[in-house]
Design a protein around this ligand. Structure first.
Ligand SMILES: [Zn+2]
Ligand SMILES: [Zn+2]
Ligand SMILES: [Zn+2]
Length: 141
């Protein structure tokens, strides 16, 4: 099922309409690569849809992340960034504290050790997000 169809189902189940703004915001988010704040996404959308407000963008992003259609990253600097993708497309992040770039990484070994940690403490794993902060290669030069 396409993310857009998934969203439609969720909205219907909650008695919400799949409104045009929600569709626009969802499409725009899914189209983008990367890790945007609600404000950044709002700016992009505004070029073609000046009537969609920031509050609507926020609400839609919340809705998407609550339903597993995007991920909300709460970073150390206090910003919330959103990225498309469902749980099965898991990755973690290396984050540069100078330029703010984010590198997507997955290490099977670390993933395995995290599962081990879950089991050791009697947890059944649901999700995790690993953020490693440092200075990127470009900024180190
Ligand atoms: Zn991971
Ligand atoms: Zn950097
Ligand atoms: Zn990412």
């Amino acid at each position: 099922m396409q993310p857009d169809q998934v969203l439609e189902k969720i909205l219907l189940a909650r008695g919400l309409r799949h409104s045009a703004p929600r569709a626009v915001i969802t499409q725009e988010l899914l189209k983008l690569e990367g890790h945007l704040t609600a404000e950044e996404l709002h700016r992009r959308i505004q070029r073609r849809h000046p009537r969609i407000g920031l509050a609507t963008v926020y609400r839609t992003l919340r809705l998407l992340s609550e339903n597993g259609l995007c991920r909300e990253l709460r970073l150390e600097d206090g910003t919330a960034r959103f990225e498309p993708g469902q749980a099965e497309e898991h990755h973690d992040h290396l984050i540069c504290t100078r330029c703010g770039c984010m590198l997507e990484v997955v290490d099977p070994e670390i993933e395995r050790l995290q599962d081990k940690l879950f089991r050791k403490h009697g947890f059944s794993p649901q999700r995790h997000h690993m953020e490693l902060y440092g200075i990127c290669r470009k900024c180190r030069k």
